[in-house]
Ligand binder design. Sequence first.
Ligand code: FE2
Length: 250
Amino acid sequence: MLYSPNKFKEADMKKTDATNSSIGLSRRSFLISSSAGVAWLAMGGHSGTAQAATPFVLPPLPYAENALEPVISARTISFHYGKHHKGYVDNLNKLIAGTEYADLPLEKIIMVTAGQTEKALIFNNAAQVWNHTFYWKSMMPKGGGEPPNALKRKMEASFGSVEACKKELLSAAVSQFGSGWAWLVLDGDKLKAVKTSNADVPLTTGIKPVLTVDVWEHAYYLDCQNRRVDYVNAVLDKLVNWEFALQNAT
Ligand code: FE2
């Protein structure tokens, strides 16, 4: 299953928004019949005319649920995408309905609630919507392999080699205590491997995400049980979408 039309009616997601978002999450402001029309909507665009706040919608998976097998099973994706990711979208919509956040783009919600204890529920759900959308795009069927030359040069300049970059990503992923995320990020001109806990996302510290690996147990436990290292290694070797990373690293 790619996605249900009932979950997402606005055609596709595109990198369109003025904030140069990598995920392009839109709200259900109106239906769009062509992909070209989605530009306005990206990241919760608003028409400037009075209209009711519209909920966020679950972005489509960029591939079929079984497309990442055998590394990540369709069963894992069905729960991870269909239950966890969808749950964050649904929770966020409930939490922001009728509030000052109801009309804000997703990234704005994340930025203005970050670090505020009393807004933690909104932040956590908003950030998890963003993180998961970014995660699905960080992988592709038959991914991995050699990065594009432009990315390879950046990796070599920052880490010494592609293998060293992957090793640092693996280290960040494996050393994250409990739930969280491993990220390849762009900090100034330099690529770095970092980790965040729970829903935290590098965006809030002004660092640009390039690629991510979800290391919450729900991402790998059905397939790898406690072997997080096997899951991360397989993602980096066989699924990682280097072209997506390159788009974010420039
Ligand atoms: Fe997850």
